[in-house]
Write a protein that binds this ligand. Structure first.
Ligand code: GRG
Length: 303
């Protein structure tokens, strides 16, 4: 019997709603002390965001399931999806602080330090990070796979990944970067966590090494595509539809794909990366359908 065609928008909505429930359940309750910190953690994580990273975990898990490790894959995918969203949320909270990007709007609402205060926003990040690793440690899969998952997320979050990319970014304001330097910065700052999301799905599902290589190639392409599109949206979209301040990169004289290549060439690069991402999925056959749709979603999104 032929599988029903994929209704991707419906799949994406369902996954986003599902991970929202998982996060709601796993985050500490606001009436549990320290209440203000827990309230701020929940404010920073819940009720917004496209949940692309969570969707990548689920889609990669789905693509590789069947090579399966035979234990509670769904529950483990929930924890992995929640973990990447927690790391992502912490990075946004810290990035918005006055000492970094100094922004007041995120996901259409006041940023965490505006709604609460700076010290609380720092603590939100400090608390979300270890919670993410606690969730991975609790995954009901083989201990060796848990260790791999922890390594992957730790590396993607630290100075060899997102934090390193952020450091390069802060250092680059007001001075030019070559295209290679810009690419390195984005592969670390944005690409590393997107890549970890894809890799975690594969690890949890017990993917073969051939499938893991395909996932890596796919992740490399979407990681860069995500940032190219982010740079395009910064100049083409408005603040209301982005839910964050538009035009900030140009205002801060930040090097971007648009400032380096121009709008048309940046769009052509995004299209090229979308095709490369889809191409990378060939070894996964039909089971890579959601990942393929996610590559389109990342490149064709308007916020
Ligand atoms: C503070 C260590 C540290 C790192 C910050 C992620 C990051 C590094 C900074 C965010 C700045 C930024 C706007 C980067 C561009 C790409 C990006 C991560 C956009 C936000 O991700 P989305 O669009 O956000 O997936 P939602 O709100 O949909 O979850």
């Amino acid at each position: 019997m032929k599988a029903a065609p994929l209704d991707f928008p419906q799949w994406m909505r369902a996954r986003a709603a599902h991970v929202e429930l998982v996060l709601d359940d796993l985050l500490p309750a606001p009436d549990q002390a320290p209440g203000r910190l827990h309230e701020a953690m929940r404010y920073s994580v819940l009720g917004g965001g496209k949940r692309v990273r969570a969707a990548l975990v689920y889609a990669a898990g789905q693509a590789c399931a069947g090579s399966g490790n035979g234990v509670a894959v769904e529950a483990a995918l929930d924890r992995a999806a929640a973990a990447v969203e927690l790391i992502h949320a912490y990075s946004l909270v810290h990035d918005d602080l006055p000492c970094m990007d100094d922004d007041t709007l995120r996901r259409g609402r006041p940023t965490t330090h505006v709604r609460f205060d700076e010290a609380t926003a720092m603590l939100v990040g400090d608390a979300l990070q270890p919670l993410a690793f606690e969730l991975l440690a609790d995954m009901p899969i083989a201990p060796a796979l848990v260790v791999q998952a922890v390594q992957v997320l730790a590396r993607a979050s630290g100075s060899a990944g997102m934090t390193g990319g952020q450091a390069i970014d802060l250092d680059s304001v007001g001075r030019g970067l070559t295209r290679d330097e810009l690419q390195t910065m984005h592969l670390l700052k944005t690409g590393a966590l997107l890549g970890a999301s894809v890799a975690l799905g594969g690890i949890v599902a017990g993917a073969s090494s051939q499938h893991r290589r395909a996932l890596d190639d796919y992740a490399q392409a979407i990681g860069l595509a995500f940032q190219v599109v982010d740079d395009i949206l910064d100049v083409t979209a408005d603040t209301a539809s982005l839910g964050k301040t538009a035009g900030k990169d140009a205002a801060a004289d930040k090097p971007t794909y648009v400032s380096l290549l121009g709008l048309d060439e940046a769009r052509a690069l995004a299209a090229e990366l979308r095709a490369a991402a889809r191409q990378a999925l060939a070894p996964l056959g039909d089971s890579g359908a959601c990942l393929a749709e996610l590559a389109d979603f990342i490149v064709l999104r308007d916020r």
